[in-house]
Design a protein around this ligand. Structure first.
Ligand code: MN
Length: 388
């Protein structure tokens, strides 16, 4: 089966910057944009130009310098926002704008104070206006997953008539279950087979990646993601997770990505440094434990053949085999200890291994993890006549 290549709307520089506590300087945004463009992401959502002069300048600087990715900016469904967003991105080789509006009953009533009809008209006229500036107009339906189904369809129909390119269905609050989000995409695609859908999913229930994948499986062409899963509250679907889930299970999903996966970890580290937000140690793909093994049974397996406990290689995400870590701890086994000792230059005989192991376990009753100096001390004890 021929795999369908999915597109990315990479929003590390926009939704990712809405992470409370994150604030990039313009040159930092540019540095991240360069990495993302080099990896092959189709569209970079670079910011919300009308929000501040600094943001406008940052987006314009990226638009002026990035050649091999589409540069997009967002705008509320207001004429002034749309004009400002277009001003910021129009010098790019490839540019796009994405106006948005909230469509759910709760947001219409509480946030906007508008009726269904008024919201529909604002969305329609935003796309109509934006289309006078560029053909590359996407439109995002904020809080789609808490919106009446028939209203979503009504808005989609109006936007298609105005020449919208992508319609972004948003699980803005991260409340959808995977089969619900998949069903939403499927229903819209069934009604409007020629519509192109982007899936924007938040991670409040830890389901952002699962929801995004269900969206893609049900016909969405594009997915919105952030490096390290940054974004509002619990963040967005993590770029590295979506990329590696599809790459690793491509044959089973009938989907693939056109992304240089060997830049995933370096880009994750850059974003971690500039955002000041380190991914948790057990974070999939890019966490510092993603290729670390703690249990003795696991370590023994990995030392014999890494495929026993790893479904992707460190090399495939930009690390080396040397980054594969055998943690020497309370639960680890002889194989990891021997491997670590070998790395430090000690070839131990069987009896020495046994004594080392005993010493290691004794020490681990006192401290959580053995460091290099502990291992060297143990090696020294077992390779000399010292009685312990
Ligand atoms: Mn969002």
């Amino acid at each position: 089966m021929e795999s369908r290549i999915i597109k990315f709307y990479e929003t590390t520089l926009r939704d990712g910057e809405q992470t409370p506590g994150v604030n990039y300087f313009p040159e930092e945004k540019l540095a991240i944009a360069q990495e993302l463009a080099a990896m092959g992401f189709d569209t970079l959502d670079c910011g919300f130009p009308v929000s501040s002069p600094g943001e406008f300048e940052a987006v314009r600087m990226i638009a002026a310098q990035i050649e091999n990715a589409e540069i997009c900016a967002i705008a509320r469904a207001h004429p002034a926002d749309i004009a400002c967003a277009w001003d910021a991105v129009k010098i790019a080789n490839h540019s796009a704008i994405q106006p948005f509006i909230s469509v759910s009953p709760l947001h219409r009533q509480v946030k906007l104070g508008k009726t269904r009809e008024e919201v529909l008209e604002m969305a329609r006229s935003a796309v109509a206006l934006a289309r006078t500036l560029t053909e590359n107009v996407d439109f995002a339906l904020e809080d789609s997953t808490r919106t009446e189904h028939d209203f979503i369809l009504e808005v989609c129909e109006a936007l298609l008539k105005e020449g919208v390119r992508f319609v972004t269905l948003c699980d803005t609050v991260g409340v959808a279950l995977p089969w619900e989000f998949g069903q939403l995409v499927a229903d819209v695609k069934r009604e409007f087979p020629r519509i192109r859908i982007s899936a924007h999913c938040h991670d409040d229930l830890g389901l952002a990646v699962a929801n995004a994948l269900e969206g893609l499986r049900n016909g969405a062409e594009r997915v919105d993601t952030c490096i390290n899963g940054l974004g509002e509250r619990a963040g967005n679907a993590a770029t590295e997770d979506v990329v590696m889930a599809i790459r690793t299970r491509s044959a089973d999903m009938g989907l693939d990505v056109c992304i240089d996966t060997t830049k995933l970890v370096p880009t994750s580290r850059l974003v971690a440094k500039l955002s000041g937000m380190e991914p948790q140690w057990t974070k999939s793909v890019v966490g510092r434990n993603a290729f670390a093994h703690g249990g003795g049974i696991h370590q023994d397996g990995v030392l014999k053949d890494a495929r026993t406990y790893e479904i992707m290689t460190p090399e495939s995400v930009g690390l080396t085999a040397a980054h594969r870590r055998m943690h020497v701890g309370k639960l680890s086994g002889r194989a990891a200890l021997v491997a670590q000792m070998r790395e430090l230059g000690y070839e131990l005989e069987k009896e020495q291994v046994n004594r080392s192991f005993e010493m290691a376990k004794l020490l681990l009753g006192k401290k959580r993890e053995l460091e290099e100096m502990d291992l060297r001390y143990i090696a020294k004890c077992v390779t000399t006549k010292t009685v312990v």
